[in-house]
Ligand binder design. Sequence first.
Ligand code: ADP
Ligand code: MG
Length: 678
Amino acid sequence: MQRRLVSDLTGVGPALTEKLAELDIHSVEDLITTFPSRYDNFEVLPLSELVHEQKATIEGIVLSEPVVTYYGYKKSRLTVSLQVGEVVVKGIIFNRAFAKSHLKVNQNVIVTGKWDQHRQQITISHYRTGEKDQTAEIEPVYLLRQIITQKQFKKIIKQALEKYSHEIVEILPEKYLTEYKLFNRHFAIEQIHFPKDVNHLKQAKRRLIYDELLIFQLKMQVIRKYNRERTLGNTKIYDQKKVEQFIEQLQFQLTAAQGKALNEILSDLKSPYRMHRLLQGDVGSGKTIVAAIALYSSVLAGYQGAIMVPTEILAEQHYRSLSNLFAGIVNVELLTGSIKGKQRSERLTAIREGKIHIIVGTHALIQDEVNFLNLGLVIVDEQHRFGVKQRKVLREKGIDPDILFMTATPIPRTLAITSYGDMDMSIIDQMPQGRKEIETFWVKESMFPRIITFIEKEIKKGGQAYIVTPLIEESDKIDIQNAVDLYQHLSNTFSGSIRTGLLHGRLTNIEKEQVMQEFADNKINVLISTTVIEVGVNVPNATIMVVYDAERFGLSQLHQLRGRVGRGERQSYCILIADPKGEIGKERMRVMTETTNGFELAEHDLKLRGPGEFFGSKQSGLPEFKLADPIHDYRTLETARKDAVDIILHNLLENDSEYNQLNQYMKDLLSEYTDGFD
Ligand code: ADP
Ligand code: MG
């Protein structure tokens, strides 16, 4: 619709304009697309359907003259008898003595208020006299943060719709309306504000949710296409033979799933497109080697590669394994916050001059001082741990480098197509051969002595154990104290020959590294740790994972912790110590013992905890919708996704005149979202 300011509306002066601006409403279009956040249903119900203590609306006839009594200072109480069907109901109105003059004997009234089932009495907050008025049954309620009143807001919306709703253009091609049986757009917008009845409201919502999801998916697809087509000249040409030889000399054979993911990545590297791909694979599925081969190919093509990880422990580990893999062929170096002074400046120079081919690091990699000669491939491991901004900065360090994001937290499909819809996706859905399924137990804390015995037995057989300490509060300090206490306690509890180690966030990096190295060398048998070991740590000889307070973790997080064991040939165990109070908590522990499939767990987690919790932070990257709820509306989301892919694939926005309006809408929208094209 034409751009009009709210001040064009009658009665909207400077003061009101300012108030609306506070609500981020500037144009008439903003106004009419500010949808109600909920509705009060004033649908008249028979007494038999009323619920005690709940708000309800009933219709009756005034039986006798209302009686008003005054009390306190200016306080009043009005009582009136109403004939509702066969029953006489008492109505009470506080502090509105004037109502007496409206409620005449034999008058028909519709009253809304809190219902008292036992007394057959209603405390009236709202009444209307006369016959039933259909349109007023469902009252929209807007989120106005008390800046203006509901009444005032509704009045201007009503005016805006009356004057301008004919300007709301239909953005969908006719065939969508027919196929999905959708209201047209302007009718849907009218009905979402002032619904005729419950069914109209439902249909209006259905139409507008589809719009919202389709537009969102189109945006994703447009961005994806743009990313793919924009960057020419980033074609990596490398010696295929050398890559094959490298794969052949590995100690194992790649699984079919690894091979498939690798091919997808390599063909992106070879193509002129800029890769923007997410590699998903359950813990232990072997993503690192796939990343390493991609880095190698990129180096062979004459580019530097970088791999960014969330913790120093992981950086060290990746550094070690990549150095081993590439010993004598590729120069791998580390850059973390704890590399300082002369060593740091030398390393920075080597990066700038291109002497380092592969650089492994934490967010230290994205500092201003780090400059690459020719960064060609960026890999972001455990990507959900990084903020959107950090990922973007790293990307900008190279001239359109290819980017591969990796995650071991399987992303449920619903979230994948909302949050990651602009990326290509590769999935490793298969474990390397010879892995035994981890056995998971859920126990109460009183079982701890038996767990100790179990660990001792396992260590005698050559295994090792992790014990993740209790979470007391969201406080690092207390968590660490806990780890220290438990460490001291266990050091005394375990029989003499068993060596314990302690790992937490306050150790210096050298200390941390030393502990991890000793654990990796089996000099430490039992590692007591805070959750710093959650992500990515790889010690194949570890066979037991004990987690305290398991109910406090998300399923995906528990799955990550569990993924620290079962990495070798031996049977591994995960012991969850938990005493959840609620049914949901119990259900979650049960699910953990029943499945080791990360994707399945992720779906459960999403259902049980919601998307924000699922990602464990506000950085979930989940878009905010006005009406749609990607979880609840996932079917619509899938349809919208399919339609959007189809529209972009066949260039319908440009090539089919039926899509003119939608094309225009997307153009306007994307011009506002230029930061989408980063
Ligand atoms: P993640 O996907 O969790 O990052 P890693 O890359 O750390 O998993 O791999 C886990 C372990 O599996 C490593 O010790 C790795 O060397 C090993 N591995 C990877 N791929 C294979 C394979 N195809 N066959 C056997 N072992 C493999
Ligand atoms: Mg990994």
